[in-house]
Design a protein around this ligand. Structure first.
Ligand code: ZN
Length: 441
């Protein structure tokens, strides 16, 4: 079935565009919001009173880096529940320090801090740019703006092999403080501070700012090489941030195509800060999702006992936590349990861990399996080798916070947390079919 081998071309193209538009969590949320507005979703502000109507489509954001979107069901949640999909907007990367300017041995460099579990060696010898959010003051108050330099601006050069003879046999050792500051330019001549650089770039885009007006930033490095299809038959995708923007994209697309005529309420939640443990005001440990679900429940009937309505709604709900999974690597096949070794292109991975690093159990697996059978998609079960530690996701965190039965799934991936990861086009289509069956119930 060539259709499956190559994925649905439109869907894969749409994913590539989403990846390229989203160098940071702020950009991922802005691009998701843009797609939602285009599909008729109405923005809600968390600080305002919400008035919702059955079958209405809405979204709200927090901190510009987390997003919730939903289609209200025809019935109140206490009678029909929520069907939810969760994913995360952040990816491991290098972030610009607050006082970043460095001058060393004739070079201008920037101090960087490691965000999450970065595979550091993959950031060397890449054409890197800078993007994120800048916060500044004007007469009318405090503002934030998205910034993306888009052009190659910095680079972290490898050390020549002649000066590091044992690198191939003994491995590349990288110290995050001393080896990772990227080179921005040559020292000498006209010297602008990093703040001035930001002010100039924002002014170029119409903001008219001076360096003194810039009060803070959340900026990271990213690879300017665009996402693209690859492999002999175009069966692969090479890109940054597939973990976990591929799942954000899948959740978003499933919601946008979901019909308005369902009894239950469809919800997606895209969280920031999963890669650093989810403990933040907009991460999976925050009350972001709980508050939104409570407000939706109350919108249907304010006369009922609120706590009971919410408890009933939770008891009727389900969550699919979507995050990328480790495909077996042909050169390192011993890192997988032979019976639980997903392959690229083989379809969604079902993640299980009895110690609750993943939220799935036999019963939630059963519920998922029925949607998969309806979609004619088979799952690839994964458990980590019994002698290796297990990764985790927002699944167990959200399940613990809300008490909703949850299953952890995700598309298979190679080079997880590399600056350039590898997935398969077929898995984009196969995951979409499962999520469509789920939201189509
Ligand atoms: Zn992830």
């Amino acid at each position: 079935d060539t259709h499956l081998l190559y994925g649905m071309p439109d869907l894969v193209q749409s994913l590539l565009a989403y990846l390229d538009a989203s160098p940071t969590p702020y950009h991922a949320v802005a691009e998701s919001a843009r797609r939602l507005r285009e599909a008729g979703y109405v923005e809600l502000n968390e600080a305002d009173a919400w008035s919702l109507r059955p079958s209405g489509r809405y979204y709200t954001t927090r901190n510009g880096s987390s997003l919730i979107a939903f289609v209200c069901g025809r019935l109140p949640p206490q009678d029909a529940g929520f069907l939810a999909i969760g994913a995360h907007t952040d990816s491991p990367n290098l972030r610009i320090k607050p006082t970043p300017d460095l001058k060393r041995y004739g070079y201008r460099q920037l101090g960087v801090e490691v965000y999450g579990g970065v595979l550091l060696s993959t950031w060397l010898d890449r054409d890197l740019s800078i993007a994120g959010r800048v916060t500044f003051e004007r007469d009318d108050g405090l503002h934030s703006a998205l910034l993306d330099f888009t052009r190659p601006l910095v680079r972290i050069p490898n050390l020549a092999i002649h000066l590091n003879r044992t690198v191939n046999s003994e491995g590349l050792l990288l110290n995050a403080q001393s080896h990772m500051p990227p080179i921005l330019g040559l020292a000498g001549g006209e010297q602008t501070t990093f703040q001035q650089l930001l002010a100039e770039e924002l002014t170029k885009h119409g903001a008219q700012l001076t360096a003194e007006q810039i009060l803070g930033w959340d900026l990271s490095l990213y690879d300017v090489q665009r996402a693209r299809r690859s492999g002999l038959a175009g069966e692969f995708i090479h890109s940054a941030r597939l973990d976990n923007l591929a799942s954000c994209f899948a959740a978003l697309s499933a919601l946008i195509t979901a019909k308005e005529t369902h009894d239950s309420t469809r919800v997606i939640v895209l969280y920031d800060h999963e890669e650093v443990g989810s403990r933040s005001a907009q991460g999976a440990c925050s009350p972001l999702l709980r508050l939104a679900l409570a407000r939706i429940t109350e919108a249907y009937d304010e006369t009922r006992t609120r706590q009971e309505a919410f408890a009933r709604a939770m008891a009727r709900s389900f969550l699919i936590s979507a995050d990328m999974a480790h495909a077996i690597h042909p050169n390192y096949a011993d890192r997988h349990d032979p019976n639980h070794a997903p392959v690229l292109g083989g379809g969604p991975v079902l993640k299980l861990n009895v110690n609750q690093s993943y939220a799935s159990d036999g019963h939630t697996t059963g519920r998922l399996e029925r949607w998969c059978r309806r979609a004619e998609v088979s799952l690839q079960p994964y458990v980590v080798r019994s002698d290796l530690p297990c990764g985790s996701t927002i699944g167990p965190i959200t399940a613990a916070e809300l008490g909703i039965p949850t299953v952890d799934i995700g598309s298979p991936l190679l080079s997880m947390h590399s600056i350039r990861e590898m997935a398969a086009c077929a898995d984009v289509t196969l995951l979409a079919r499962v999520l469509d069956a789920y939201f189509g119930e």
